[in-house]
Ligand binder design. Structure first.
Ligand SMILES: *Cc1c(COP(=O)(O)O)cnc(C)c1O
Length: 223
């Protein structure tokens, strides 16, 4: 994609988004140079889904000290320590065991990432995360991870939903967020909803998303 298109896409997307929705540029598979172009156009939040790829881009971009790095991939437990120290946000806590491991590291760190818990409003064998009933079963143990700054819920919907199904699934995640906040289950208010990708973000925004994660609509197709 020609470089000025990245800037044009960012300008167009920002104009489209209501206040209170932050735009996270998903830079996975794209080079550090492309990230620099987006940065030059004012973008500060970038997301990666593989730890090694992210760490090498972070090293190349170490001069851009105000980038906020988001981790959005499945995080293996043996990489939890590295991830918590090198990201501002981890959107993808997807099991109680991972939460407990991250909590253990967070206890001894002065600065740690902020977190979202990954929810599957519909069954999806391709994805990790909790279906809502099993999440509710484990919630007390999750809330006991009190060193984790849990800020909200995240979701990736299964492929092939109709627009009404998509909207309903996003609303189900929003309803869960409201239920949790009303009951005061977590030590922090869950103010964030990380939902919406290039194919479905307009519906996510309508359903109350606060963070959308866009790759293709900013950087074009991935190789
Ligand atoms: C790749 C990815 C995105 C971005 O997807 P696009 O369709 O390119 O916008 C968003 N969220 C997650 C978790 C991803 O892995």
């Amino acid at each position: 994609m020609p470089e000025n298109l990245i800037a044009q896409n960012l300008i167009r997307l920002r104009a489209e988004l209501p206040d209170g929705v932050s735009l996270i540029a998903v830079s996975k598979t794209h080079t550090a140079d492309k990230i620099r172009l987006a940065y030059a156009a004012g973008q500060r939040d970038f997301a990666e889904n593989r730890l090694q790829e992210a760490l090498s881009k972070q090293a190349e971009l170490a001069d851009l000290t105000d980038i906020r790095w988001h981790f959005i991939g499945h995080l293996q437990k043996n990489k939890a320590k590295k991830a918590i120290a090198n990201f501002d946000w981890i959107h993808t806590i997807d099991s109680l065991a991972l939460a407990q491991k991250l909590n253990h590291y967070a206890e001894n760190l002065e600065k740690t990432a902020k977190f979202c818990l990954q929810i599957k409003p519909l069954p999806d064998p391709q994805k990790s995360g909790w279906e809502i009933p099993e999440f509710l079963d484990q919630m007390t143990q999750l809330a006991d991870c009190r060193y984790l700054k849990v800020q909200g819920l995240m979701t990736i919907l299964p492929l092939g939903l109709t627009p009404p199904e998509t909207k309903q699934a996003f609303l189900d995640v929003k309803a869960l967020q409201q239920q949790l906040n009303k009951a005061g289950h977590f030590p922090f208010t869950l103010s964030e909803l990380s939902m919406g990708m290039s194919g479905d973000y307009p519906l996510a925004v309508k359903a109350g998303s606060t963070m959308i994660r866009l790759g293709r609509s900013i950087f074009g197709a991935r190789q």
